[in-house]
Design a protein. Structure first.
Length: 482
């Protein structure tokens, strides 16, 4: 059995960096008084290092941005990465605090071998802004130990597929040799056990593995011996089933609070890119996006973005979201932005024309309606539909854009596009009678009974009118034809 471990040494720092358009010096702080827990490359170039006080770090880098260490957020980011990695391997799980473990033996043939799988994973994670150190192992603990212990080397030479720096291989002898080169402090042993081993003069793993298990158990306890055996023995256990969530949900935390909507457009575009890739992979589309703007003290602001028809394109979603956001005023600065999609529909395949275009007139109309509704507000744009009533004033109704019209059960006679709000007396003499009579006698069930004979006629002004004669013989104009 072959296992692959993905180690993210700068997980939270790079998560925060995703929401920023430009790189900035960033550090993770923890404790009271706050001390530097980790720093990114820009901060490290200025001398910021783990263990420093916040005051010392800001003196070295005045533009330093700091974010708090948050275990719950780190777990959430790992879950998001796990959902993304699910496209490459079905057997996987997050391994707190900063890694993913996947079973690679069953999927290497699908990807054409282990190197192509590793290359796809690395390129995809790099595109999202994450630094990753990957290593294989004959058991989960070995893969994790190698990836964490050789992280610096693996990050410096990420695409080397041969040689000593390559730990993404099924060569067991090479993996065991890499394990032997690790210092004992990188084996995941308790701190007291590492100190005792150092006092004994044992600094590398090969020296520790050479000692008899009985002597190690007597001096350092049977737990340490069991841990060392787990490192070197092949693992055949399958991972517990991990299923991706049924909804798409991602969150980006902002380094600096956004006080205007314009400050949300870049992180929103990053989220929509991830959504478009998610929908493309599953050949799905959606018509409803849910944006949540998190504030430090005020309650979250929820904005629902609906399209008139299902879609999957990032640019379409971005245009509608931008129009919706422009209609809202921030009641408090935003510290995080999340995107949730719960409604999915299978995508209809369309053949492209010679120039790669698939947009039909209907699609263009739906896009226009979507932009209008986003600009004017939900419920401000509606479509007309027929209603089962013979009276012209009651024969139509408004429908929400998302609700599909059902064709009438019977064919409707010709009707004018412009129906007057109230009939007006006829003041011109018809020159030609082009249609009619059509008798409408209805309304006895609701107290608005009427009896009319309708005609289509051309008046002396050359206008095409829809006329009717009432039961008392009076003539009225009720509408105009184009």
């Amino acid at each position: 059995m072959l296992w692959l471990y993905l180690h993210f040494p700068n997980l939270l720092l790079e998560h925060y960096q995703q929401a920023e358009a430009e790189p900035l010096p960033l550090a993770l702080v923890q404790g009271r008084p706050p001390r530097i827990l980790a720093a990114n490359a820009l901060a490290a170039e200025a001398g910021v290092a783990p263990g420093q006080t916040l005051g010392t770090a800001t003196c070295l880098q005045p533009d330093l941005a700091v974010v708090p260490a948050d275990e719950a957020l780190q777990t959430q980011v790992l879950e998001q990465l796990c959902a993304w990695t699910y496209q490459y391997a079905a057997q996987l799980r997050p391994w707190l605090p900063d890694g993913l473990l996947l079973e690679a033996q069953s999927v290497t043939r699908l990807h054409g071998g282990l190197p192509p799988l590793v290359r796809h994973l690395r390129q995809g994670l790099h595109a999202q802004g994450f630094t990753v150190a990957m290593a294989a192992g004959t058991n989960p603990l070995m893969a994790r130990t190698l990836a964490r212990g050789h992280a610096d080397t693996l990050i410096q030479a990420p695409f080397q597929e041969k040689g000593r720096a390559n730990l993404c291989t099924d060569d067991q002898e090479h993996l065991h040799h890499a394990l032997n080169r690790l210092p004992v402090s990188a084996l995941g042993l308790p701190q007291k056990s590492c100190e005792r081993l150092l006092r004994m003069g044992i600094t590398r793993s090969d020296g520790l593995f050479a000692l008899p298990d009985r002597q190690l158990a007597q001096r350092l306890g049977p737990e340490l011996v069991e841990h060392l055996q787990q490192l070197r023995q092949p693992g055949k256990d399958r991972l517990p089933a991990w299923q991706p969530p049924a909804v798409f949900q991602q969150r980006l935390d902002l380094v600096q609070e956004a006080e205007r909507m314009a400050g949300l457009f870049f992180p929103l575009q990053r989220l929509l890119q991830n959504l478009a890739a998610y929908l493309q992979l599953r050949q799905q589309c959606t018509d409803t996006l849910l944006l949540r703007l998190q504030h430090r003290e005020a309650m979250a602001t929820t904005i629902q973005v609906r399209t008139t028809t299902v879609d999957y394109r990032e640019e379409r979603f971005m245009e509608l979201c931008r129009l919706h956001l422009e209609q809202h005023a921030l009641r408090a600065p935003v510290i995080a932005l999340s995107l949730t999609v719960e409604r999915f529909q299978a995508r209809d395949t369309q053949a492209q024309d010679l120039f790669g275009s698939t947009a039909s007139r209907e699609e263009q109309l739906q896009e226009l309606l979507g932009r209008l509704e986003a600009k004017l507000g939900n419920g401000q744009v509606a479509r007309l539909a027929a209603q089962a009533d013979h009276r012209p004033e009651h024969a139509w109704r408004y429908l929400p854009l998302q609700q599909r019209r059902t064709p009438p059960a019977v064919e409707i006679p010709r009707r004018p596009l412009w129906l007057l709000a109230a009939p007006m007396p006829l003041r011109e003499t018809p020159e030609a009678w082009l249609g009619g009579p059509e008798r409408i006698q209805a309304g006895w069930w609701d107290g608005q009974r009427l009896q009319r004979d309708y005609y289509i006629a051309r008046l002396s002004s050359q206008s095409l009118a829809w006329l009717f004669r009432s039961s008392d013989g009076s003539w009225f104009v009720h509408g105009w034809f184009a």
